[in-house]
Design a protein around this ligand. Structure first.
Ligand code: ADP
Length: 544
């Protein structure tokens, strides 16, 4: 017998409706593209999202049409998330940091009908427009006073479009399995792949990340989502804040250390989320300015491994708790989060730090396992490492327009990460499978080495790649950006610093200093770029 409960669809329009009805006066604050602060409430946002939905209908947008956005985290982009998906359209958030050839590839692949763009990105699209044959028009997300002159065809002004509509609109009752949005992975190798989320997966994910074991988001939280809405769904925060009626501060394009610090202190932000590179910029600003972070309780950090030195500095110098998160675009994105267990409080801080440096335990809804090359499950002993496989209702089953499933025959998705899982279920990423260093038949974790090197006082950023070696197959090369490029530390001092932190045979064969480490469109160390830069590299005294 089936349960006899109502089977009403889960729809993202319900989130903004709920916020408008029950948290109408909670604020949404934006540091706009133009540089001033804009404030309004959920009630205002809900009305304007409906005006946008009406405008889309007036433009002839139909259920299932894809509408792209190239935009920063702002209140207008927030309205697009609800207006587009709520009326039955499919929101395609585009990462403007992709290479131009990837941009036109994904815009054409997704068949975007209209593009909603911030003024910042007008030149980018002007250069691409001749290739964007399927785009019917470009909506510039500003008011008439700030409309740029442009060579783009069929240009519309966002505020004028909204002003023509009343906001008297009933959200359609969609099927909860219908698509809300598409996000492409950054595709460091090959073409980017599209992940298509549904209303149901988006709502379930939102419940997951707001919960007390995860993001602890409620109507008393004030959130600063620095992670862009075009990178892995801003980690689900756009839906989560509305679900809980939390106040939100959107940073627009202002992501430098001084601006982030100002927004946190000006609006008494208590939770923020970003990749490590953003926090490195904030840390540099704090050190130089002497500023503090009085209101901030916790930061969600993910996208790349969080160096221990960053966790320690946030927690001990600024009193901000670090929650390391792991996930991927294919997972909406949250997979695991590192929150201390009650019994961890009895441990020394150093022991707690070792636990916190891992990627955490799965939140409810996500199943995880590690397997060897024969697909056999490996033990959860914190030592065995293998391919990390995941399963759950907010995880991809098939890439957009792909002919085959993205899952194995038992329904598991291979994340492409290599990880260990310890007895407590705490997972640690040792590498992307393509970045792992194979030395003498064993694997060396580039992430562990990078993390250890980042602990050196004079190191700003560290990256490790495998370089071919005639005897060992590959050996690690450590690449460093010094805090003071004029006076970098000696290679010997860095290697000496590492000796008691990693196994002897893991010690890098050599150290190189460079001015800047290249990053991908999602802020990760660009290992493909580094391997290209150091192609043909020879260790001293070793002939190829
Ligand atoms: P993209 O693939 O487009 O760069 P994603 O955010 O989807 O963007 O990347 C997901 C990958 O990022 C994961 O598979 C993993 O390799 C890496 N990652 C995410 N969070 C962490 C973390 N906390 N520690 C280490 N790696 C991480």
């Amino acid at each position: 017998m089936f349960g006899q409960m109502q089977d009403s669809p889960l729809l993202v329009s319900q989130l903004i409706e709920h916020a408008a009805q029950f948290h109408p006066d909670q604020r949404i604050i934006t540091k706009t593209v133009e540089g001033h602060f804009h404030e309004y409430t959920y009630k205002d946002a809900a009305k304007r999202s409906k005006q946008l939905a009406q405008a889309l209908v007036a433009l002839g947008v139909q259920d299932g049409d894809v509408i792209g956005t190239l935009a920063w985290n702002t209140y207008r982009h927030f309205e697009c998330w609800y207006g587009i998906s709520g009326m039955g359209g499919i929101l395609h958030t585009i990462n403007p940091r992709l290479f131009p050839e990837q941009l036109d590839y994904i815009i054409n692949h997704a068949e975007d009908k209209f593009l909603f763009i911030d003024t910042t990105f007008v030149p980018l699209l002007e250069a691409l427009q001749s290739k964007l044959t399927k785009v019917k028009g470009y909506v510039i997300m500003t008011d008439e006073a700030h409309m740029p002159t442009t060579t783009l065809p069929n240009v519309l002004c966002y505020e004028t479009l909204l002003a023509q509509q009343s906001g008297e609109y009933q959200w359609p009752q969609l099927d909860e399995r219908q698509a809300t949005s598409i996000c492409y992975t950054s595709g460091t190798t090959g073409n980017p792949k599209g992940v298509v989320y549904s209303h149901r997966s988006s709502l379930l994910h939102s419940w997951g990340i707001t919960s007390l074991n995860v993001g602890e988001i409620c109507s008393e939280t004030r959130v600063l989502p620095i992670v862009p809405m075009f990178h892995a769904n801003a980690w689900g925060l756009v839906y989560a804040v509305a679900m809980m009626g939390a106040e939100v501060v959107f940073p627009g394009p202002h992501l430098d250390g001084a601006s982030v610090c100002d927004m946190i202190n000006r609006y008494k932000v208590d939770l923020s989320a970003a990749v490590p590179t953003v926090w490195t910029m904030l840390m540099q600003h704090l050190t130089q300015s002497g500023d503090t972070l009085e209101s901030l309780n916790s930061v969600l950090i993910g996208g790349s491994a969080v160096p221990k030195v960053m966790i320690r500095s946030f927690e001990q110098d600024y009193g901000v708790e670090v929650w390391q998160a792991w996930g991927m675009t294919e997972m909406s994105p949250l997979g695991s989060l590192n929150k201390p267990r009650p019994q961890d409080a009895l441990l020394s801080y150093e022991e707690q730090l070792n636990i916190k440096a891992k990627q955490g335990r799965p939140c409810f809804g996500v199943q995880m396992k590690i397997v060897n090359d024969d697909n056999q499950p490996l033990p959860h002993d914190g030592k065995a490492f293998g391919r990390l496989m995941v399963k759950g209702p907010w995880i991809v089953s098939q890439y957009f327009k792909a002919e085959t499933s993205a899952l194995d025959e038992d329904g598991w998705f291979d994340t492409g990460d290599v990880a260990t899982i310890d007895e407590t279920g705490n997972m640690q990423i040792t590498d992307r499978s393509k970045d792992v260093i194979k030395s003498g038949g064993e694997w060396i974790s580039s992430i562990d080495l990078e993390n250890a090197a980042m602990g050196h006082d004079e190191v700003l950023e560290a990256a490790v790649i495998g370089v071919p070696h005639p005897k060992w197959e590959e050996r690690p090369l450590l690449i460093i950006v010094a805090k003071n490029p004029e006076q970098p530390p000696s290679a010997e001092s860095v290697l000496a610093f590492l000796t008691d932190k990693v196994a002897k045979w893991w010690l890098p064969e050599s150290v190189e200093f460079i001015d800047a480490i290249p990053h991908t469109a999602t802020g990760k160390i660009n290992k493909v770029g580094l391997r290209e830069q150091f192609k043909g590299y020879q260790f001293e005294g070793v002939s190829a």
